[in-house]
Design a protein around this ligand. Structure first.
Ligand SMILES: Cc1cc2nc3c(=O)[nH]c(=O)nc-3n(C[C@H](O)[C@H](O)[C@H](O)COP(=O)(O)OP(=O)(O)OC[C@H]3O[C@@H](n4cnc5c(N)ncnc54)[C@H](O)[C@@H]3O)c2cc1C
Ligand code: HEM
Length: 453
């Protein structure tokens, strides 16, 4: 028998969780994302048919946010603070679907089976161990967040529709009264669903400061072919019931109650809803109207559905610039409006490539340049930006890269999941998860474009 020789140095056991390996492994399969989604759900529902009833009837690839979030989270698993904050919200929100801790292994097994199926020779034991470990971390954060919610907090709130006002064919303002009382803060959004579109949940921002009677307003614009917006605009009316998931979003009032530079609201289309809630709450809390500036953009005069409120605010001293497509910026609310051009009224609102969008950016720049002559970055107002994704993105870039506004003064909702038809534009994230997780990379790029002094 040969004496055992020293042999090759035993390699150290591969660390179970290797973020670089996960990213590499995902780059092998990501070009086939649409097939991944089909396989993933087929696998999940074949092995766990009982889970099918939790999901909507129609499961288009566009709605495949679960898999997209999972893979985005796994490939950013080393970006701990951003990821944990995102996953905690997600775990809390998943209670509304009826998701329980025992469901997580099933989703994890289907994720691994899917990646393995599409990876071919790139699937190694180390890759598998890494994905399993990453999923374990993700699932644990979500499960713990859900478990920490006191049992007294409902999974969802049913609300009676007490008002339904139509503004033209495509827009409705709904007033709802949740039971029990709904905990939320101005600027936040709720996901809504209705019996007419079972298990179709979509986010809508509350449009008012909290009221004594507990009611909330939602401004809903119907998008062409939209499942839930069509139901909310056309099929729901007083006496109907809508279901609300827990309030989400961090576009809220400053926690210290201080407004060093006042409040700037930049809104397009129904993006006016959360800005309206924030302004109402800030004024109610004692912020003088003269310290509030509003830049409100719409594709045509008819799209300014809340003109009485804007006029009331302007009369109280709020500085208001109404930017209407085809009109010079600077138009005050109530002034006669010119002929609108371009997008039909049914569109979601102005983006940077249309006239109203670019006028909005000009108005913002004029205001910003004026302000910066008088004050430094720390005196910049708390800036709330809300509207179509492309508008929010353009305004954010304008503020950060060209007006040097500190990022913590710019507040907006996640917007990747709300991209218009045609899919994400080049270089843009394809889901709210991706948006959130890629934000840091984009901040680095912005600094590169214009290094700060
Ligand atoms: C944080 C957040 C807050 C939101 N707040 C509001 C709000 O206050 N009021 C409001 O009306 N909407 C709001 N939205 C948009 C809303 O959640 C839905 O995306 C929208 O109503 C479309 O849903 P749907 O089910 O009708 O359309 P879907 O059935 O999801 O989509 C149908 C088609 O329309 C396209 N599409 C989806 N959304 C849009 C869009 N916004 N513009 C153009 N095309 C679109 C889709 O790509 C698809 O082709 C918000 C979105 C987010 C992320
Ligand atoms: C651990 C990882 C998980 C992640 C990262 C994740 C992520 C997501 C995301 C981002 C969405 C979209 C939310 C929205 O649009 O508001 C979603 C929806 C959903 N998730 Fe999860 N999820 C996970 C686990 C689970 C589990 C274990 C279940 C239970 C089987 C589940 C069931 C659902 C359902 C039913 C939906 C709604 C689907 C739809 O509207 O199309 N998820 N998930």
């Amino acid at each position: 028998m040969d004496e055992p020789g020293p042999g090759p140095e035993p390699s150290p056991p591969p660390p179970a969780l290797d973020p670089a390996l996960i990213r590499w492994s995902f780059s092998v399969v990501e070009r086939r994302a649409e097939h991944l989604g089909v396989y993933f759900y087929a696998h999940l529902f074949h092995h766990h048919p009982g889970l099918r009833a939790m999901f909507p009837e129609r499961m288009s690839e566009q709605r495949d946010r679960l898999l997209s979030a999972l893979t985005t989270a796994a490939t950013h698993v080393d970006d701990t603070p951003t990821l944990v904050a995102y996953l905690r919200d997600l775990g809390f929100d998943h209670r509304k679907f009826g998701v329980l801790p025992e469901h997580y292994p099933a989703v994890g097994a289907s994720l691994v089976a899917t990646l393995k199926y599409f990876s071919g020779a790139a699937w190694t034991p180390q890759v598998e161990a890494s994905w399993i470990a990453a999923y374990g971390v993700i699932a644990q954060v979500m499960v713990e967040a859900a478990e920490q919610v006191p049992a007294s907090v409902p999974r969802y709130w049913d609300a009676e529709v007490t008002g339904h006002r139509r503004h033209g064919p495509d827009l409705a303002v709904l007033t709802v009264r949740p039971e029990p009382r709904y905990p939320w803060q101005p600027g936040q959004y709720a996901t809504l669903t209705v019996a007419e579109q079972p298990r179709i949940w979509r986010p809508y921002s509350a449009a008012n400061a909290p009221r004594a009677d507990g009611t909330l307003d939602f401004h809903v614009r119907r998008v062409p072919g939209g499942l839930l917006s069509t139901a909310l605009v056309e099929r729901v009316g007083p006496g109907s019931t809508v279901r609300l998931g827990p309030a989400l979003g961090s576009m809220t009032l400053p926690v210290d109650g201080l407004w060093p530079g006042g409040l700037l609201g930049v809104a397009g289309g129904t993006g006016w809803a959360p800005v309206r809630a924030l302004v109402e709450a800030a004024l109610g809390g004692g912020l003088p109207p003269q310290r509030v500036t509003l830049l409100v953009a719409a594709t045509d005069p008819a799209a300014v559905y809340d003109r009485p409120t804007l006029e009331r605010l302007a009369a109280a001293g709020v500085r208001l610039e109404l930017v209407l497509e085809g009109q010079p910026a600077g138009q005050a609310a109530g002034q006669p409006a010119g002929q609108a051009a371009g997008q039909p009224a049914g569109q979601a609102g102005p983006g940077p490539d249309d006239q109203a969008g670019s006028q909005l950016l000009h108005a913002l720049t004029r205001y910003g340049v004026l302000l910066r002559r008088m004050a430094g970055p720390q005196d910049w107002p708390h800036t709330y930006v809300s509207g179509p994704p492309a508008m929010v993105e353009a305004v954010r870039v304008q503020l950060e890269a060209y007006l040097d506004v500190p990022p913590e003064r710019i507040l907006h909702d996640p917007y990747g999941a709300d991209l218009p038809a045609g899919g994400p534009a080049a270089g843009q994230p394809g889901s709210a998860a991706q948006w959130l997780l890629l934000r840091r990379e984009r901040e680095r790029q912005l600094r590169w474009i214009r290094p700060r002094a």
